[in-house]
Design a protein around this ligand. Structure first.
Ligand code: XMP
Length: 521
């Protein structure tokens, strides 16, 4: 789906992507400021960029060095347009390099927090900000000498020119990343650029996203039929609700029970769909065939491929019953896109085959409709609220499409699934009883393939180890382990060992992401 579907703007900003992992994060921050924006490749057609009528440009970072052969350069039209420009990291370096400054290629990478000293606190870019700020750096090269007409606006120990600008031409550069959460006041710097320099007013509302996404789905699907894989999570429910608004009864939602759901989840979801959604929902209980297909499979990527294939087969069979269905609506979010390195991303390495339903087979018959492809979870939650979805759906913790298969390390047998479901239900209910569920991104149990010795009553046991994972996160891309209270962990542990047959040890995962991932796989 073209990103223009997010539009309905009186004012907009263009983000030119030089290959950064963070380009969509910049876009999200700009949206948070109430300004519509669109991400273009740095070498996109001028006419495409100009059709947005941007009031300013933000140049993203990127992995290149300006001295590399074929390093991306500034588009020739950029400065001719005379609009404000903010270059971030590589964006700043390429500005400095092409405008007559000097960039030095450093062999020393600066990665992590830095203390920024603002040289002129009254400057528009740093208006209403303290003179000392915590910022996040991630660079090798840096600007050594400003181009003519520029002056230094801020510096850090390692980067004497950490921010610079030419007030006459409204061109600015930041060596650090204002878009990441590790630059706590970064959004204020972006706001100062958008409002103080570009003259935006911040009138864009996420609600306009709904109307325009609905219109874009209607255009894409035309008079054809679509199905939507509905899992009961916030992403697929929002995607289904938007698609339903767009094409009405030509949408059928399919809720597939792949046998890898949590305790009581199928029954609970069906009741929820009936009560709240007003969608046409087909229930396909395919648990037996999924488990058959997964028999003896241990490799996590192989599991994902099998699950993806089975999902599509079930969708195809159900679609056949509904008559010629051309489209499959999915609630894929931007973090899924970058982490699985799908379609149009060039930046991130593939971390997991991580599409909504696992790995999709290449010969799939459906065309995909992915209305949430450029959004982050909390933005989708806000849309869900706006659409009137119940809190129970809007604030549900994320649950992977391949379900408990990613939380059973080793083979997914019916017996091991039963064991994990029981342990997971204890984690869920105890976290909820402690009143902590809203503040924690995800909390769940993992069944490890490890067996250890224990002692219960007078006897020696040899049982399974269950791991408990709970993380706090803003978007699932990075996460920290949740500091759950000791007495809560203790209750979880003793209940699991006492109530779940075959488990004699519980461990708590205290790794952040990175270096770990949230799911164990
Ligand atoms: P990881 O384990 O990569 O997970 O740190 C990041 C977030 O993505 C969820 N996840 C998935 N979601 N399909 C999904 O829809 C998947 O295949 C999948 N795998 C992981 C995970 O639960 C976490 O929120």
């Amino acid at each position: 789906m073209p990103e223009a579907s997010l539009a309905n703007h009186e004012e907009a900003v263009a983000i030119l992507d030089f290959g950064s992992q963070y380009s969509q994060l910049i876009a999200r921050r700009v949206r948070e400021c109430g300004v519509y924006c669109q991400v273009f490749r740095h070498n996109a057609e001028q006419s495409a960029v100009e059709s947005l009528a941007p009031m300013g440009f933000i140049l993203s970072g990127g992995p290149a060095s300006v001295y590399e052969p074929n390093a991306p350069s500034l588009p020739s039209y950029l400065l001719e347009l005379g609009k404000p420009v903010l270059g971030i990291c590589y964006g700043m370096q390429v500005l400095a390099h092409e405008l007559g400054g000097q960039v030095i290629a450093s062999t020393q990478r600066e990665y992590g927090p830095a203390a920024l000293t603002v040289v002129d606190a009254s400057h528009t870019l740093f208006r209403n900000l303290p003179a000392n700020l915590r910022v996040w750096m991630s660079h090798e090269d840096q600007v050594q000498r400003c181009p003519p007409g520029f002056r230094v606006l801020a510096s850090s120990d390692n980067a004497p020119i950490a921010a610079c600008g030419d007030e006459q031409r409204h061109i600015y550069g930041l060596q650090f990343h204002p878009e990441v959460i590790h630059t706590p006041r970064g959004i204020d710097i972006l706001r100062n650029f958008l409002f103080g320099v570009c003259g935006c007013h911040g009138t864009w509302q996420p609600a306009s996203l709904i109307a325009n996404t609905v219109a874009a789905i209607a255009t894409q699907v035309g008079s054809a039929k679509a199905i939507c894989g509905l899992s009961g999570g916030v992403d697929s429910t929002v995607a289904a609700t938007l698609a339903h608004r767009a094409i009405g009864e030509r949408l059928a939602c399919i809720f597939v029970n792949h046998g890898l759901l949590r305790q009581d989840e199928a029954r609970h979801n069906l009741a929820l769909f009936r009560k709240h959604l007003g969608l046409r929902v087909v229930y396909a209980d395919a648990s037996a065939r999924f488990l058959r297909a997964l028999r003896g499979v241990i490799d996590p990527e192989e599991k994902r491929r099998i699950i993806g294939r089975e999902f599509i087969q079930v969708f195809e069979e159900e679609a056949q019953k509904l008559g010629s269905v051309r489209f499959l609506v999915q609630g894929t979010l931007y973090p899924d896109v970058i982490e699985s390195n799908a379609a149009d991303t060039r930046a991130a390495a593939r971390i997991k085959t991580h599409h909504n339903v696992g790995g999709l087979p290449e010969d799939m018959q459906f065309e995909l409709v992915e209305p949430l492809r450029y959004l982050f979870k909390d933005e989708v939650r806000r849309i869900g609220k706006e659409l009137g979805l119940p809190d129970e759906i809007v604030y549900r913790q994320p649950f992977p499409g391949p379900g408990l298969a990613v939380r059973i390390i080793g083979e997914d047998t019916a017996e091991r699934l039963e064991c994990l479901r029981a342990a997971d239900a204890i984690v869920t209910s105890e976290v909820a009883s402690a009143g902590l569920s809203r503040g924690i991104w995800q909390y769940f149990a993992v069944l490890t393939p490890v067996q250890t010795v224990g002692v219960m009553g007078d006897g020696r046991t040899y049982g399974n180890v269950v791991a408990v994972r709970a993380v706090v996160s803003e978007d699932g891309i990075t996460a920290d382990w949740a500091r759950l209270p000791g007495d809560l962990l203790s209750r979880i542990s003793s209940r699991i060992v006492n109530e779940v047959a075959g488990v004699n040890r519980v461990v708590y995962d205290i790794t952040s992401k990175p270096p770990s991932t949230i799911e164990w796989e």
